[in-house]
Write a protein that binds this ligand. Structure first.
Ligand code: FES
Length: 145
């Protein structure tokens, strides 16, 4: 296995083990740690999480592939999550998607980002961008460079 948790994450895992009822309950926190540490979740990392959580690797893989917020492939492009749920759809997420096609970003359609009152919404690096218009999309994406 070529993946290893860094020292900070090893310490977090040890601390969390005391708070969680079972090692398996650490699966989601471990997936987040891997993603923040590496930018994506490799199969090697899934094997390490399986070992740490005493859970079959297939279970970890199932969890990682169920949630759209986990990325299983590396990319050099910026990931942009665009909400495709009703409020955003009604408020113009299609125009947001069209505008994003003009930029070199990796667009992923996701379910509600929890900010329906400020639709349409997209998320980049865990930051929500709200009340989007095509003009705002250009400014935000160009500001990432
Ligand atoms: S419907 Fe888009 S943030 Fe909730």
């Amino acid at each position: 296995m070529s993946f290893c948790f860094n020292d900070a994450n090893v310490a977090k895992i040890e601390a969390l083990k005391k708070r969680y009822p079972s090692a398996q309950a650490l699966s989601l926190p471990c997936l987040w740690m891997v993603q923040y540490q590496e930018g994506y979740i490799s199969l090697d990392a899934i094997d390490v999480i399986a070992e740490v959580t005493d859970t079959p690797a297939m279970e970890i893989y199932r969890v990682a592939t169920f949630y759209t917020m986990f990325h299983l492939e590396p990319t050099t492009q910026k990931r942009v999550l665009v909400c495709k749920t009703l409020s955003c759809k009604l408020c113009g997420s299609d125009a947001v998607l069209e505008q994003l096609k003009k930029h070199d970003v990796l667009v992923e359609h996701v379910e509600c980002l929890g900010s329906c009152g400020t639709a349409p919404v997209m998320q980049i690096d865990d930051v929500n961008y709200e009340n989007l218009t095509p003009t705002k999309v250009d400014a935000i994406v160009e500001g990432l460079r």
